[in-house]
Design a protein around this ligand. Structure first.
Ligand SMILES: [Zn+2]
Length: 481
């Protein structure tokens, strides 16, 4: 398998630590809001990687964290630790407890992942009834359930001499790691960003780039809702230490791949790597792999503040199917910057439906997979997930002179990785029995009246009768499951 390694700054051969096995830690969502398409891209990209590795015969050991404490509103962009805790802030805004915010938005993550055919980190499909209560069994880890491991890791880093304590926090002293800025190649002095505010908050902080491992429940955070006892006083962990603690306590102190968005490179992953060295004396992660952003029309990162950042339910209301979104992400390589627009999504939708139609025209009879195409498919996947190559190969296969039933079986085989439900049928409405037609009419009315609760209920009712409703600009269409 070849992938783009951020530290090597090139595409490299992935050589597993244990032959035939790949351990992967994926930075997961901070659960205080409904993710938008810009956030979701990463998870579809890494789902393709996960499914491709399974297809290629690797034994995949994967973990994804759920951050439910300690992620400061300023941490991403400036590397400043003294913002507002995203969870606490949202809890106050919604008038409920942070734990309820975490549970609520963990459930929306599961909904979105399910709709996008994203595998659970443990490699199973996400069951329909899975909620935040049972996610641990499926390979997710919640930061608040790893507080003891986090404290133990901070103690190790402290014992190894990489920390110092102020009245407000325990810091990691970045000057103790000579290669601290290895990801960006910047000088430490260039990294002094967003720091003036912090000097005001904590005048005992030594270097601007030092970051918080444990924040004490004092000063600005004296009322912080989530807090735990620790050797340094009551408080809560910094965001970066959570990933080091969860990654190494589950996957061990050597693992193969760490994934994340490119926005994680300068701060989050730089700090995570420093912590790994501070704890274990070596960098822990063999390959850091990052996905590019989805851009808006002004070529800025797609974000809530800059517009264009639709959530999946919003996209569905606009008449798209979640699989149109999946197709859009599947058709581009994770290292490609892509501009997102509704027109582009419309294009993905048309391509998906046309592919579905062509597959449907092959009939229902299945034959055997065609080894030559399977080999070429594997080759495209191994080539840094060359998805445009995969789509071209499928096009060639559909046009080939092979027996139809063998083409069909080969396409179904490829769909284990693409997961575009290529075995589903587009059904014309006149073929559907009158009961379902009646429900469809009711649903159309509900949607006209903007009664989306009712519309969703009717959608589920139709689903229970074996059909999936697609909302298209020309009205509702059905797909047989
Ligand atoms: Zn992380």
């Amino acid at each position: 398998m070849k992938l783009y390694s951020t530290l090597d700054r090139k595409i490299v051969d992935i050589v597993p630590i244990k032959q035939g096995e790949l351990s992967i830690y994926s930075c997961g969502p901070t659960v205080y809001f409904r993710m938008h398409l810009g956030n979701l891209r990463a998870y579809v990209n890494w789902d393709i990687l996960h499914r491709a590795l399974l297809y290629l015969g690797y034994d995949v050991k994967r973990v994804m964290n759920i951050t439910d404490v300690g992620h400061m509103s300023s941490t991403d962009d400036f590397g400043s630790d003294f913002g507002e805790d995203k969870m606490d802030k949202q809890a106050i805004q919604e008038g409920i407890q942070p734990i309820d915010i975490a549970n609520k938005y963990t459930d929306t993550v599961l909904d979105d992942f399910r709709s996008l055919n994203i595998l659970a980190p443990n490699g199973s499909e996400i069951p329909k009834d899975l909620t935040h209560e049972n996610i641990q069994e499926y390979g997710w880890s919640r930061a608040t359930e790893y507080i003891q491991q986090i404290i133990d890791i901070v103690k190790k880093i402290e014992a190894n001499g990489y920390t110092y304590e102020t009245k407000q926090a325990v810091y990691f002293d970045v000057t103790k790691i000579p290669e601290y800025t290895i990801f960006t190649g910047q000088q430490l002095s260039e990294k002094e960003i967003g720091v003036r505010e912090e000097v005001e908050v904590d005048d005992e902080k030594k270097n601007p780039a030092d970051f918080v491992l444990w924040m004490k429940r004092v000063g600005k955070y004296k009322d912080h809702i989530m807090n735990w006892p620790s050797p340094w006083g009551d408080g809560f962990p910094g965001w970066h230490i959570e990933c080091t603690a969860m990654g190494t306590s589950i996957l061990g102190e050597h693992f193969d791949i760490h994934t994340g968005g490119i926005d994680h490179i300068p701060v989050h992953h730089t700090n995570e790597r420093a912590q790994n060295i501070g704890t274990f004396g070596h960098p822990v992660v063999k390959y850091w792999i990052h996905n590019e952003w989805l851009l808006n029309k002004d070529e800025d990162k797609l974000s809530k503040s800059k517009g264009g950042a639709y959530t999946l339910p919003e996209i569905i209301l606009l008449g798209f199917d979640p699989l149109d979104v999946r197709y859009f992400f599947v058709s581009i390589n994770y290292k490609t910057k892509v501009k997102f627009s509704l027109e582009a999504l419309e294009g993905a939708k048309n391509s998906r439906l046309s592919l579905l139609r062509r597959v449907q025209e092959l009939g229902k009879k299945q034959g055997t997979v065609i080894p030559e195409y399977v080999e070429r498919f594997k080759h495209e996947l191994e080539n840094n997930l060359n998805m445009s190559g995969v789509l071209a190969l499928i096009n060639e296969l559909l046009k080939s002179n092979n027996p139809k039933e063998n083409i069909l079986s080969t396409i179904y085989d490829f769909d284990k990785v693409l997961r575009l439900n290529l075995n589903s049928e587009i059904v014309k409405e006149e073929n559907v029995d009158s009961e379902i037609e009646g429900i469809l009419k009711q649903r159309e009315e509900a949607r006209l009246n903007k009664n989306f609760l009712e519309s969703d209920r009717l959608r589920d009712l139709i689903l229970s009768k074996g059909y999936k409703v697609l909302d298209t600009p020309n009205g509702q269409t059905l797909e047989k499951i």
